[in-house]
Design a protein around this ligand. Structure first.
Ligand SMILES: Cc1cc2nc3c(=O)[nH]c(=O)nc-3n(C[C@H](O)[C@H](O)[C@H](O)COP(=O)(O)OP(=O)(O)OC[C@H]3O[C@@H](n4cnc5c(N)ncnc54)[C@H](O)[C@@H]3O)c2cc1C
Length: 408
């Protein structure tokens, strides 16, 4: 088992520098344009695909890096470039992880390549869990999956919302209830293959930030998919449901929710995205403070400004430490006994919100305009305290874990 280290090895440094180069040379110069267009930046994704950055191989390599630092390091660099474009690049990876975590080898081999497409015809994938009435309260999910035994098909009905790449994805991973009486333990994940009749895009959202990332409703009307599209297969689902029913009958014994455990492990990755945005805004603010002069001296010559920068950098480094610790724990199979995954996401996302607001302040009037990137970074940072579990939900998870009490 890899010991926790903050020293990246030579190979990791090489990958980091390569990603930083892509973020600086390709992502950052395109950021303002795609933010204004509010569209998926296909040419940038294609460029990433050409270099091998948009590919399962690259994602898997970072995911299986034994030190646990591969994914956070990659996320930080890409999101340092621009959060909206970076989410368009890594959004498919989030859906792919859903298949990697729950799918059979055959499902992984069949569907993940179709999520990415190829260099000449890049595709994206979507992970659809949230619904209009089931955001933080995942158990309230209404989308139903009913098994048609005669045809060995599943029939999906419902409306998903806030799906990154929803409706434009080649492959959609959809979470649906197969047994509503079991709440979230009655959920299962399904692949909806390309061009399946009945799946359509609903409203596309106009957003406050990460506007280069497509976010939309996904409507499922009598969507029929082959039995083989149930991730993990029917036998495994039946076994899991039987266990949950038995435990429920025994009287409310708490069953570890697999989805919650997966979220706990994926949260450091979102924390790393937030660190990337925070670092980008801090660097802009530091540079500006050194060059902008008022009262005959650079504004950084005032403690009021310099101390803010000191606090910003301290928080960013602290956030990165929490993210790396949680990611190392997840990779090496250490149990999150104190909800360390949630801690990392909570602290890093709140840091990004605060640091980007401070950066706007340090740039003064310029920080409030779209001439300078901190304005966009500040808008983008707001997402981190919302998706993959809001800050309040992270606090709930941490408090419950620490206390063992069913805190509401
Ligand atoms: C840009 C974007 C992209 C997204 N991408 C995806 C995606 O790809 N796939 C997907 O499935 N989902 C996605 N989401 C959905 C996201 O995960 C949800 O928005 C999030 O989980 C919060 O749900 P909600 O918006 O319904 O807020 P709500 O759950 O309605 O929460 C509203 C407020 O109430 C608070 N609150 C709720 N319950 C409690 C409680 N028990 N205690 C204290 N406070 C509470 C929340 O913290 C929040 O402040 C995305 C969302 C956005 C905005």
């Amino acid at each position: 088992m890899a010991e926790f280290t903050m020293d990246l090895n030579d190979e990791q440094k090489e990958v980091r520098d390569w990603l930083h180069g892509f973020a600086a040379d390709v992502i950052r110069p395109a950021a303002a344009e795609w933010d204004e267009r509010e569209e998926t930046p296909w040419p940038v994704i294609q460029e990433a695909a050409k270099l091998g950055i948009y590919s399962l191989d690259f994602y898997a390599q970072q995911f299986f890096d034994p030190s646990g630092l591969g994914i956070p390091m990659a996320m930080e660099e890409l999101f340092w470039g621009d959060a909206g474009i970076a989410l368009s690049i890594v959004g498919t990876g989030l859906a792919a992880v859903g298949v990697l975590a729950n799918g059979t080898e055959e499902q992984i081999g069949t569907w993940i390549p179709q999520m990415y497409g190829d260099v000449n015809d890049v595709k994206v994938a979507a992970f659809c869990s949230s619904e209009p009435d089931a955001g933080s309260d995942v158990a309230a999910m209404r989308t139903r999956a009913v098994y048609d035994e005669a045809k060995d098909e599943w029939v999906l009905n419902g409306t998903k919302t806030w799906a990154t790449n929803g409706g434009i994805a080649n492959v959609h991973v959809v979470v649906a209830s197969v047994d509503p009486a079991l709440g979230s333990k009655g959920h299962a994940s399904f692949i909806v293959p390309p061009n399946t009749p009945g799946l359509s895009q609903g409203q596309k959202f106009k957003k406050h930030g990460i506007r280069a990332s497509h976010t939309a409703e996904v409507v499922l009307e009598n969507v029929r998919i082959p039995g083989s599209c149930l991730l993990g297969g029917k036998d495994k689902l039946d076994e899991r449901l039987a266990r949950s029913r038995e435990k429920a009958q025994k009287g409310g014994e708490r069953v570890k929710n697999a989805a919650m455990a997966t979220f706990e492990a994926s949260r450091p990755a979102v924390g790393a995205m937030a660190v990337g945005t925070a670092r980008a805004a801090y660097e802009e603010a530091l540079e500006y403070a050194k060059t902008r002069e008022q009262f005959g001296r650079p504004i950084i010559d005032n403690q009021g400004v310099a101390f803010q920068l000191a606090d910003m950098r301290t928080s960013i480094d602290a956030a990165r430490l929490l993210v790396w610790r949680a990611s190392w724990m997840a990779t090496t199979g250490k149990k999150f006994e104190n909800a360390e995954g949630s801690m990392s996401k909570l602290f890093a996302s709140e840091t990004a919100k605060k640091v980007t607001a401070q950066a706007v302040q340090i740039l003064g009037g310029n920080g409030f305009t779209r001439e300078y990137p901190v304005e966009r970074m500040h808008r983008d940072a707001a997402i981190y305290t919302i998706f993959e579990g809001t800050s309040e939900i992270q606090r709930l998870v941490i408090a419950r874990t620490l206390s063992g009490m069913p805190i509401r």
